[in-house]
Design a protein around this ligand. Sequence first.
Ligand SMILES: *Cc1c(COP(=O)(O)O)cnc(C)c1O
Length: 382
Amino acid sequence: MLQYAKQFIDKFDIQSVISALKSDFLTQGPRIELFENKIKKFTGSKYAVAVNSATSALHLACLALGVKKTDIVWTSAITFVASANCALYCGADVDFVDIDPKNFNIDIFQLEKKLAIAKENKKLPKVLIVVHFAGLPCEMKSIHKLSLKYKFKIIEDASHAIGATYINQKIGSNKYSDITIFSFHPVKIITTGEGGMALTNNKKIALLIQRLRSHGIIRQLPHKKASKLFFYKQINLGYNYRMTDIQAALGLSQLKKINNFIKERNKLANNYKKLFCQNSAIVYQENFPEKTTSSYHLFVIRLKSKKFSQMQIFNFMKKNGINVNLHYIPVYLHPFYKGIGFKSGLCPESEKYFKETMTLPLYPGLKYSDQLRIFKLINAVI
Ligand SMILES: *Cc1c(COP(=O)(O)O)cnc(C)c1O
């Protein structure tokens, strides 16, 4: 069975993890800071805080921006549920913005329209979480402009987009946002098994996320006076969201390969595009913002078949050993979200997208012969 995504692990990754296992530190130790520093250098961000998942990073990012009960957070309707759940963890309300039908990212015009209405109703969001879908950066300049006009903060959920560039800058530079989040889950661009990171250029935010990662505790050197002898104190209600040194060891060796990963993912995506270009019933992500490169976490195609349903094509592919996938069900259509009051019809483009798309296998190591087989199978039915 060909999977839609998978990790690439070589002997250097294995050696790196073994050396961590043989060292004095298993949980948060020197490799964490090293990994954070390398990511800072790679992205141009001033601060980086490693945590145990992107979900944790999103939660801490919301907390660090002061998201609480009575606040509203907006995100794209087409994303993984974690981009919305993080707001609910903080007791805030969440709402969804529709997608651009061509590039599958948040639709800037819909966003602007929704903001104008929200202003009238005094229901403006405190934070907007944008998602660089499949690795394609959103139009951050326009979003940033809107954030100044309507006074909201921006988190980039870049779980798909480490290694992507926007106007010649790496995603994670935070030029147009407050915080950027990466995921190191095995299906993503680089992996630490489980893991995530929060990047920011704001020192206060970085220190707060660091503290919240580990119980809200700060450590101090022993005081001169014996009566004031203490080693740590808890300042906030924090969590145990720490990454282990074993994971950071894997992250460090994976990061060395990232440029090759991105190159190969782009090459594989271009292969698909060349193969499908003569079939007008198949479309894929287009309308890239200027001077942008995608990290191609996913390759999603949109099926315009009148003869076969999406379900039939899915089953046909699976029967032929291609484990295609669907990214994503509009978040608000999940039973949990319906249970808290969301109804279908909220984001029409997202709902259309959901009924027409399919994610094809794409990962370093995928063979051209497999891509050709996938193309022939799809071409035969559409
Ligand atoms: C994978 C993913 C997450 C969650 O990442 P974890 O590291 O598994 O917590 C969040 N948002 C998006 C868009 C993702 O794809």
